[in-house]
Design a protein around this ligand. Structure first.
Ligand code: TRP
Length: 338
């Protein structure tokens, strides 16, 4: 059995930003060279907390695929597919729901935090679908026999829950599923322009891979700097300045050290410093922006890539499902399958 298959993905709830780029996308571009890679656009999972806004999910499917392609995810190497078009995932979710208790789901730290954050959609009582999304994520992973799951730290409880389901399944129905392992991204989470620990759409503090040069400049000019520094010759503290923080990501080590030195000495004005940063970010993201434009002008090509990836994924999931149903004694007819 292939034990080098990796699988990961994103909920299509917005365009991807530089936090995604440094946190996971850049790594995926490397991993596709070494592993058989599956990347899912998790539209069904996106609906668990956006069920009242299907238009938003639909629109962002293509945005996310274009973001993938523009950073260098290569459809010849990685299979990009749409979750909702893999019916086996929905079936497995039903099967696995017998193997997990409600209280275990309620204790899942990621789910718990998210429920607390999503009061405006769930009110006092969470939906069955949202509470159960870790079960569906276990189905995403096992439908493809994936063994390595590259994710950020917030996803670890979901992988752990998947492993428990796999163990339980194997102990009841016989060794059938691979127990996957998380491959934790080495990169730290990128902070927002406002200094918030998280970069996110709802926080309005993100630079998107698809932002125009003007948008990047406007956002960088509004980034939070050392609040005690009012005049240019005030001595600055780059450790609490988001502009210095981003210089560290987008410029060379030498240049970053120079920025910090001049800032501490009061020799570098914030406005000039921001202008320089905006220029550097624009330059850094230029190849991504150009590639994205290429795909934006060719929506039928993007659709085709997603369709071809999904077709390939369907075949793999279908094959795998035969084995799983057999283990569960649901293989009634030799030549008659759905
Ligand atoms: N939960 C992931 C996120 O919010 C997306 C996702 C869905 C996923 N299914 C997955 C990630 C399977 C890894 C494996 O980012």
């Amino acid at each position: 059995m292939d034990n080098k298959r990796i699988l990961t993905g994103d909920r299509p709830t917005g365009r991807l930003h530089i936090g995604h780029y440094f946190g996971s996308l850049r790594n995926r571009v490397k991993l596709q060279e070494e592993y058989e890679t599956y990347i899912l656009v998790a539209d069904v999972q996106a609906l668990t907390d956006n069920f009242n806004n299907p238009e938003k999910v639909r629109k962002n499917v293509r945005e996310v695929v274009m973001d993938y392609l523009s950073v260098g995810i290569n459809p010849e190497k990685a299979t990009i597919y749409l979750q909702s078009m893999i019916p086996e995932v929905a079936e497995l979710t039903v099967f696995y729901s017998n193997l997990v208790t409600i209280s275990r789901l309620q204790r899942n730290p990621t789910v718990k935090t998210e429920i607390a954050q999503k009061k405006e959609i769930f009110g006092e009582s969470v939906t069955y679908g949202f509470l159960g999304y870790p079960v569906s994520q276990a189905a995403d992973i096992t439908a493809f026999n994936a063994s390595i799951i590259p994710v950020g730290e917030d996803q670890l409880p979901l992988i752990e829950q998947c492993r428990e389901i796999v163990r339980k399944f194997n102990s009841i129905y016989g060794e059938t599923l691979i127990e996957p392992e998380a491959m934790l991204s080495k990169e730290k989470r990128i902070k927002g322009l406002d200094g918030n620990e998280k970069m996110g759409k709802s926080l309005g503090n993100a630079i998107y891979l698809s932002d125009t040069e003007e948008e990047i400049t406007r956002k960088v000019m509004s980034a939070v700097t050392d609040p005690n520094r009012i005049k240019k010759d005030d001595l600055g503290n780059p450790d609490i300045c988001m502009v210095a923080y981003y210089h560290n990501l987008f410029t060379s080590k030498d240049e970053y050290e120079n920025v910090c030195k001049e800032c501490r000495a009061g020799e570098r004005g914030c406005v000039a410093c921001k202008k320089q940063l905006a220029k550097d970010i624009i330059e850094y993201l230029k190849p991504i922006r150009e590639k994205r434009k290429f795909y934006e002008e060719r929506p039928e090509l993007v659709d085709n890539i997603l369709m071809e990836g999904t077709k390939k994924a369907q075949i793999v999931a279908k094959e795998n499902m035969k084995r799983i149903k057999k283990a569960m004694k649901l293989d009634y007819f030799e030549d008659f399958h759905i």
